[in-house]
Ligand binder design. Structure first.
Ligand code: PLP
Length: 839
């Protein structure tokens, strides 16, 4: 017998993945033919997009494989960022920027008479998140990779992401988001690393051979989790981390016992049911519903992810007891908080560690980021539902709780009300499991996402925990990645800034400060205005395409885009518009400044008030836009389906950023940061990161209005009476009366009655109390805008002083203070070197 032929060493063909123009062009045409099965004459735009995406992906692979190989070899301490949402935005443009291939790709397409922007617009963005929280996770992945920190993002691969919004007759209509319909070149499924997840059933005690007592979970069903991987390249570094999203599959394609009984359709049905688990993203932002499938989704992705980390950990040759030395697991809000009980289950039930050891590992592993102060957003699960799905975890939670509450008793002997408040189980009425409490008890670090928010956590929402463990609490103010939100979204500003101060700001954002040296240069200010004007013209063209409304690019662009929510107070901005409209109609408008009000954002489908707020915006827009007296003086547009792709066009074109939430309600906000970076001035309240933004850019470059969080507290305590404001403020009175008359609802006084009644009777978000201050502040904005040179200076200063709000800074703070991880640079390996890492 002849010896088997030696395996050829894996070859990485440098020619095939060359970064040169010729190389990229060759690869693009090859993929069009061999991957997409088209040739240029018959190919459509999406075919060209897919061919380019494959060519670019090939160029990411060597870095990705090099990163994985070196991580596996050196087993560095690794971050696992657990998040039920990742709102990534389109991948291709980000890959091109981070790989340094954008100009090359533009040239290659131009040579073939293809439009770069148009080809990139073919990508359906993966809308696997609701808003700020999911987008934060995406910015963090970019910063982790750029700072060369070994990291995984772990989440859910929803088949349908956040719904696609259209506006029909002024109302939001939801359509499914079939983002996968034309294929997804960025995803690499890894079925060989699938894991099994149990659900339902019961538990039973048993004794092992040595007579020790253990518990076995006998599930009602099992589901298979298939990892779907996405490469996350850092900016101009070799580090390429992994976003691993889990897809649910039936454990067996067919249930053979049912099949053998002849029930073929019954067997297939079971498969369909399992796969429903990752079918759709819940479209609620800042609210929870306590739905069974949602708890199953959360447990599913958390269990998959922890099993995956343990597999990797053991494969790297580390001992189970050192898990917390190798992995730092961040909980992005409470959605993944069940991970605390799941790691305990894996360590105690499956790896047979004693409780105390397992608990030490668990608490050293996890840290928890809180994202909200709204009570309706705090997750809690009815006990019966929880027990039905996760019977073993409920037992573990009871045990965690018993030990925890005993600890509390030592510190606060006899304080039974405190114990009831701290308990992991809410027993004030129907019984619930409190996920935020589980997260606090099972984590070594707890943080809020802006200074005010972190203070309010300590003084209000998590006060009892703060009194118990003050050392666990800290603040990490959010940030956004300057790669996507400047370099990629705003190429004109990027070019201007880079010409002035070089390009080091892209990875060191505080360097934007050097722009201040150009403040007194009239030519620079002229260029600055030209950039904004061109971005506004682009947005005007988009608005015309999407809404049919023609706006004047020389008017002030006043923008409010974010999820629609009462606490965010989009309806306060509408009251301002109605006020201006009344002033214009009655000839009382002094030096009126033409303004275009641009709104965008989705309402949760079951949130009726938010949907009515959209109708309110569009209805006022319809009247104002079609009033011949008003012409170009006021325009109101609602751009449908606000998402990352649209944001990339909107933030760079904004001149005024509306950040008008009631003080004490917005945890941080990140839209505020994107606007300021792109040179918009902010009109805002003392809420979330607005406070830090104002501190950075200077009070004189920020339009502040409204009551502070402390004043809000006092007003509410004294018994807030919105009707008093209505009766004492004639302009407010006139606005509300005009709306109530049916003027904006084709004569129907009932349409907006729910909104108005709520404002006059309860007004929980204090619109009426903040109205006057807001209107007066808007008058200051108008005056300031009319001094073009002064406005330009303020705009430049906003960009120049936004350096703090890079997510690179946020990630550095997490890495140093909470995760204790350090950068691990990656070297590029060829085929032979990759294989060497396995020796
Ligand atoms: C940044 C961003 C958000 C968050 O906006 P806020 O103004 O902070 O609420 C929501 N959605 C998208 C698409 C974003 O890009």
């Amino acid at each position: 017998m002849s010896a088997p032929a030696p395996l050829p060493s894996s070859s990485i063909d440098d020619e095939r993945t060359s970064f040169s123009r010729e190389g990229l062009k060759r690869a693009f045409l090859d993929h069009l033919y061999y991957t997409i099965a088209k040739f240029p004459k018959i190919a459509g735009k999406n075919d060209f997009y897919l061919a380019l995406a494959h060519a670019v992906r090939d160029r990411s692979l060597q870095r990705w494989l090099s990163s994985s190989a070196q991580y596996n070899q050196a087993a560095p301490r690794t971050v696992a960022y657990l998040s039920a949402e990742f709102l990534m935005g389109p991948h291709l443009c980000n890959q091109l920027i981070n790989l340094g291939l954008a100009d090359t790709a533009r040239e290659v397409l131009a040579e073939m008479k293809l439009d770069y922007g148009e080809i990139l617009r073919q990508e359906e963005e993966p809308g696997l998140g609701n808003g700020g929280l999911g987008r934060l996770a995406a910015c963090f992945l970019d910063s982790l990779a750029t700072q060369q920190i070994p990291a995984f993002g772990y989440g859910i691969r929803y088949e349908y992401g956040i719904f696609f919004q259209t506006i029909i007759d002024g109302w939001q209509v939801e359509n499914t988001d079939k983002w996968l319909r034309y294929g997804n070149p960025w995803e690499i499924p890894r079925p060989e690393w699938s894991v099994e997840v149990k659900l339902g059933g019961r538990t039973e005690p048993y004794n092992d051979d040595a007579g020790r007592l253990h518990v076995r979970w006998v599930p009602e069903k099992t589901v298979s989790g298939v990892p779907c991987d996405y490469p996350i390249p850092g900016y101009h570094v070799n580090t390429t981390n992994t976003l691993r999203l889990w897809r649910a599959e039936a454990t067996e394609a067919f249930d053979f016992s049912v099949f053998n009984r002849g029930d073929y359709l019954g067997a297939v049905n079971k498969k369909v049911t399992s796969e429903n688990l990752t079918k759709v993203l819940y479209p609620n932002d800042e609210t929870t519903q306590g739905k069974e499938l949602r708890l199953e989704q959360q447990y599913f992705f958390v269990s998959c992810s922890l099993q995956d980390m343990l597999r990797i950990h053991l494969a790297r040759g580390s001992a189970i007891a050192e898990f917390d030395r190798k992995f730092a697991v961040q909980l992005n809000d409470t959605h993944p908080a069940i991970a605390i009980a799941e790691l305990m289950r894996l360590l105690v039930d499956e790896h047979l560690l004693p409780w105390e050891r397992a608990w030490g590992i668990t608490t050293r592993t996890f840290s928890y980021t809180n994202h909200t102060l709204l009570p309706e957003a705090l997750e809690r699960w009815p006990l019966a539902l929880f027990e039905r799905i996760l019977p073993r975890h409920l037992e573990l939670i009871y045990e965690i709780n018993a030990r925890f509450l005993n600890d509390v008793r030592i510190h606060f002997l006899g304080d039974e009300s405190r114990i009831a408040r701290l308990s992991l189980i809410d027993e004030t009425g129907e019984r619930y499991v409190r996920m935020a409490h589980l997260a606090c008890v099972g984590s070594h670090a707890i943080n809020g996402v802006a200074e005010l928010h972190s203070e309010l956590l300590k003084s209000d929402l998590l006060r009892d925990f703060y009194e118990l463990w003050p050392q666990k609490f800290s603040n990490v103010t959010n940030g956004v990645t300057p790669r996507r939100w400047l370099a990629l979204s705003n190429p004109r500003l990027t070019a201007l800034v880079t010409r002035a101060i070089g390009d080091a700001w892209i990875t060191d954002l505080p360097r934007l400060r050097h722009l201040e040296e150009h403040l007194d240069d009239p030519a620079f200010r002229e260029d600055w205005r030209a950039v904004k004007r061109a971005n506004k013209a682009d947005l005007a063209a988009l608005l015309l395409r999407r809404t049919g409304v023609k706006v004047n690019p020389d008017s002030m662009f006043d923008v409010l885009v974010k999820r629609i929510h009462e606490y965010k107070r989009q309806h306060l901005a509408v009251l301002h518009i109605v006020t201006l409209y009344l002033r214009l109609k009655s000839g009382r408008a002094r030096d009126h400044q033409p303004r275009t009000f641009i709104f965008g954002g989705k309402a949760a489908p079951g949130y009726h008030t938010a949907k009515l707020m959209i109708k309110f915006i569009t209805s006022v827009g319809e009247v104002v836009n079609n009033d011949p007296d008003i012409r170009d003086l006021l325009k109101v547009v609602f751009i449908p389906n606000f998402n990352v792709t649209q944001g990339q066009c909107i933030y760079p074109a904004a001149e005024l950023s509306e950040q008008i939430s009631l003080a004490g309600k917005e945890a941080s906000g990140t839209g505020n940061m994107k606007f300021a970076m792109n040179g918009a001035l902010t009109i805002g309240t003392m809420d979330g990161a607005n406070i830090e933004l104002r501190e950075q850019v200077g009070a004189e470059n920020f339009f502040l209005f409204g009551h502070t969080a402390e004043e809000v507290r006092q007003i509410k305590q004294a018994g807030y009476r919105p009707m008093d404001y209505y009766q004492s403020h004639s302009e407010l009175h006139a606005c509300l009366d005009l709306i109530q008359s049916g003027f904006f609802s084709r004569g129907d006084p009932e349409l907006f009655r729910p909104l108005l009644d709520d404002l006059l009777q309860r007004d929980p978000y204090l619109l009426l109390a903040d109205y006057q201050s807001y209107i007066e502040c808007q008058e200051q904005v108008t005056q300031a805008y009319q001094d073009t040179e002064a406005w330009t200076r303020m705009s430049i200063l906003n960009t120049a002083r936004s350096g703090k709000f890079s997510s690179d800074r946020s990630i550095r703070e997490y890495a140093e203070r909470i995760w204790k991880v350090r950068p691990t640079p990656v070297t590029l390996l060829n085929g032979n070197e990759l294989e060497q890492t396995l020796k």
